[in-house]
Ligand binder design. Structure first.
Ligand SMILES: [Mg+2]
Length: 508
């Protein structure tokens, strides 16, 4: 993890497929008491786009609509938060209704978060009918109230999102993509907390076969198992569910069919009875806590027979699809290095190429990145130009000498301004990183910045790029605390190369 930026400035990101409930969600946000979000990003994930979204007038000046064309909620949320600049990003679903004091409560949640808290969850309530017992579907939705880290209302620190690459876009639906992100944020060394703000999540209307369609989530469980190991359930506070029992029912049913075809009627009948018994037990377990109307009982009987084969099919399909899945995020395409005290020894305001001396391991680190096909840039503050201590031509000559010693560098981005000039490029501002990314044909989230001070890390995070700090004895203790750190440039590059960078070094 890296230290969280100070402040409680926040943006709201809400993916939507244009459901009517969006209006209610936005109206509740507009009506809530407390500081307004700096920005509200509505991510329009309707496959064909569509008409305008129902934005209340009072919010219109801070709403940005980003179309994503049906790539699913994980990709939509990434597109949304990457349009923000605030230290906190709050993800809300488009079918929630935030509480009357939500904005004030949110600020309290964010201000009380310690620097190592990467995310704060809202308190979800699911209103259920008071005059009867809840149906199976309603009970399923009510489970959201106790789920951990669900994005119905989840605030993340920008630094935590940048460092983990945000949501894994291989999760195609609103299922498990939130638990996956939370587990990666925790693995990165952050803590996650539950806040005080309150949000209501009503039960959506659903047809009788919704529980069967929901079995597609078994494919996402298979991807979770591949990415996080078999014990991910416990770490995510989930229960494993009935998959093993479903497997037993399907095996018994398939066995009965095979034996029947082979003419072994007695054995086939026994296995068929076992499968039917399994379905009956499953149906009874779902009927018992419910309203027990004729309609609910009929729905439970029919779907309880259909769910086991659907669950097993989607689990098998997902296991095959996930068998070679690599960790998220993909490795960067571009490495951007600070220059002084990262690639070459810092000689203050140096304009003399003969004084350029590489840092230990710099050449090997750059060569390894080049061998991997990565593009390389340098992002360097040179305030000596503004101070009149060296010329732009001298800074350029030092850059040329750096290339002679370290090999070809695809882009140099230099800020010539001083601290008082108020430019947007001097680190910790993001300008140099954004410019270098643009010149190298990459999005900021496809870049990683390696530097020796907190300003390098802050510039990377402000731009949306990952960062690794390689401290020197001149790095301040405050810049070290909690930063993602490497002992030297080799280790920094290894860390960024998909965890497999170590192999590159053995060759040399
Ligand atoms: Mg430096």
């Amino acid at each position: 993890m890296s230290p969280g930026a100070a402040g409680s400035g926040y943006s709201v990101v809400m993916p939507t497929i244009g459901r009517p409930c969006l209006r209610t969600a936005l109206e509740s946000l507009a009506a809530a008491l407390g500081p307004e979000p700096e920005k509200i990003v509505l991510v329009d994930d309707r496959p064909g786009g569509g008409g305008g979204l129902p934005v209340p007038d009072v919010l219109a000046d801070r709403v940005a609509v980003v179309p994503t064309g049906g790539r699913g909620p994980a990709a939509a949320r990434n597109a949304g938060w990457r349009r923000t600049r605030t230290p906190w990003v709050v993800f809300l679903d488009d079918d929630v209704r935030v509480g009357a004091g939500w904005r004030d409560e949110l600020i309290a949640d964010l201000e009380s978060a310690a620097p190592d808290v990467g995310g704060v969850q809202g308190r979800i309530s699911v209103p259920l009918p008071e005059d009867r017992r809840p149906t199976d579907w309603e009970r399923g939705t009510a489970g959201l109230a106790t789920s951990r880290w669900i994005t119905a209302d989840m605030a993340y620190r920008r630094a935590a999102l940048v460092e983990t690459g945000g949501f894994d876009e291989r999760f195609p639906r609103a299922f498990r993509e939130d638990a996956d992100l939370a587990l990666r944020v925790l693995a990165d060394g952050w803590r996650l907390e539950r806040g005080i703000r309150r949000t209501e999540h009503p039960v959506r209307p659903a047809g009788p076969w919704a529980s069967v369609r929901a079995q597609r989530g078994n494919a996402d469980d298979a991807l979770m198992r591949r990415l996080h190991g078999a014990d991910w359930y416990e770490r995510a506070g989930e229960v494993p569910g009935r998959r093993n029992r479903h497997l037993g029912i399907v095996a018994a049913g398939a066995g009965a069919l095979a034996l029947g075809l082979a003419g072994r009627r007695r054995a086939a009948a026994l296995l068929a009875a076992a499968a039917a018994g399994g379905v009956a037990e499953f149906a009874a377990a779902r009927v018992k806590p419910g309203p027990r109307t004729a309609r609910e009982i009929a729905t439970m009987l029919a779907t309880s027979a259909a769910i086991p084969p659907a669950a097993v099919w989607h689990w098998a399909r997902g296991t095959v699809a996930a068998r070679a899945a690599r960790p998220w995020p993909p490795e960067p395409r571009v490495l951007l290095f600070d220059r002084d005290d990262t690639l070459i020894r810092d000689v203050p305001y140096n304009g003399d190429p003969s004084l350029v001396e590489p840092m230990p391991g710099a050449r090997a680190a750059l060569d390894a990145a080049r061998a991997r096909g990565l593009r390389i840039g340098v992002v360097s503050n040179q305030s000596g130009i503004a101070r009149g201590l060296l010329t732009a031509a001298q800074a350029h000559a030092v850059n040329r000498r750096t290339e002679e010693l370290l090999g070809p560098i695809d882009a140099f981005e230099v800020c010539p301004h001083g601290p008082a000039d108020g430019c947007g490029c001097r680190k910790p501002e993001p300008g140099l990183v954004l410019r270098a990314a643009g010149r190298l044909g990459a999005s900021p989230h496809e870049c990683a910045v390696i530097g020796d001070i907190g300003g390098d890390v802050a510039a990377a995070h402000a731009a949306g790029a990952r960062a690794v700090l390689v401290p020197t004895e001149r790095t301040l203790p405050a810049e070290l605390s909690g930063a993602r750190r490497a002992a030297d440039l080799r280790e920094a590059v290894s860390m960024l190369l998909d965890g497999t960078g170590g192999e590159l070094w053995r060759e040399g």
